[in-house]
Write a protein that binds this ligand. Structure first.
Ligand code: CXF
Ligand code: ZN
Length: 373
């Protein structure tokens, strides 16, 4: 068995520890990947922080990454050794009813669940130096020199794309861009409000600009987000702190959009923000798209309001994108300079400094910090 190093989380909220681990060979339909780099997403931080009964440790986090195929399990012809791939938390099996339908990216062969195992066999490929199993995260676990990923969760990419940009499309940037482009199908000339201007919200802005939105209103507590937002298409900015004593955010948005935005995106992960987004969108055709996750909250909107408003409330998982089809399209747009990925990478660190990446995302300093192996 070969030993590699990985950043292991042993306890909620504690710094990750670089440890020697054993990474087992891939089982049939699995691929072992040498990770080139990863970027840190909010879901890694959220799960790292979580200490309730659903918290499962010791665990290897990381789910936005680029890597090289090192070895193959049996029965794989989609990729070969040496291919550059990016893993995704979402599956694209290309066989099930959902993967074959234009209308879905919710694979029913490997449905999304926050499982600590490999999706096909419900077992782990990682053990620590004592021989104890280590848990997986979101089907990827990229904070490791090597990881094993199911072939349904990898996308082969053009090897000429810089890996520190390609890795961004594993999760957050695809989710935001796709939410405007594929989930909402934002129309030319429409009005958009985005609640939360982290990497996902800024990607919604970029997707909305790409679709030709006329007005893209960013809502965020941090005033510095407006300057950053302009790079991605944000045209107007609301700071809820400035509204607190005068008008609620919903009223400001209604005034700016003549009755409510056509599309409202919730990118914070807060039930109260979902309600604010619902209240801020146009009656009859307004759409609210929920992208953020607060795993414990419930949203409360009155039944009468739902009945009379005619608005649509929906969600977007991975921006309604099909990983194997749409990631190569987005990367081609990046290579053609039609998609901005460069401005998300605000920081880069070596693997030994992985805990710095957590600090930078937690305090809002970074959009994306790339961690090089
Ligand atoms: C999230 C999306 C919501 C479910 C958990 C995973 N994606 C990645 O950060
Ligand atoms: Zn993510």
């Amino acid at each position: 068995m070969q030993r590699y190093v990985a950043a292991v989380c042993r306890k909620a909220g504690e710094p990750l520890r670089i440890e020697e681990v054993v990474v087992a060979p891939p089982e049939p339909r699995e691929v072992r990947i040498k990770i080139i780099c990863s970027s840190l997403c909010g879901s890694d931080v959220m799960r790292w922080r979580m200490s309730d009964q659903s918290a499962i440790f010791p665990r290897i986090f990381g789910h936005e990454a680029a890597g090289v195929v090192e070895s193959l399990g049996e029965n794989i012809n989609e990729v070969k050794e040496g291919d550059i791939v990016i893993p995704t938390f979402i599956s694209d099996c290309r066989e099930c009813e959902d993967c074959l339908s234009e209308k879905s990216n919710h694979c029913s062969k490997f449905p999304h669940k926050t499982s600590p195992w490999m999706p096909r066999y419900e077992t782990s490929r990682f053990t620590d130096s004592e021989g104890e199993p280590l848990y997986h995260f979101l089907n990827v676990s990229s904070f490791s020199e090597y990881t094993v990923v199911d072939v349904a969760h990898i996308t082969k990419i053009d090897p000429f794309v810089p890996p520190n940009k390609a890795c961004l499309l594993s999760c957050g940037i695809s989710t935001g861009f796709g939410a405007a482009w594929k989930t909402a199908k934002v129309e030319k000339g429409s009005t958009v409000a985005i609640f939360g201007l982290g990497a996902i919200g800024l990607s919604v802005a970029q997707g909305a600009r790409f679709c030709g939105a006329a007005r893209i209103i960013g809502v965020d507590m941090n005033p510095a987000k407006f300057e950053m937002g302009k790079k991605f298409g944000v045209t107007d900015f609301i700071n809820p702190k400035d509204c607190a004593n005068s008008k609620p955010v919903r009223e400001v948005i209604k005034e700016m959009t003549n009755g409510g935005a056509d599309y409202c995106f919730e990118c914070v992960g807060s039930a109260s923000v979902v309600c604010e987004a619902y209240a801020s969108c146009r009656k009859a055709w307004g759409k609210v798209i929920v992208l953020g996750v607060d795993l414990k909250s419930n949203v409360s909107i009155s039944a009468l309001e739902i009945l009379w408003s005619g608005k649509t409330l929906t969600s977007s998982i991975f921006g309604s994108l099909k990983a194997k089809t749409d990631i190569p399209i987005l990367l081609q747009w990046y290579m053609n300079k039609e998609l901005n990925l460069d401005d998300y990478v605000t920081h880069e660190v070596g693997f030994e400094d992985i805990n710095k990446a957590f600090d930078l995302l937690r305090d809002g300093t970074s959009l994306r910090c790339v961690i090089w192996m």
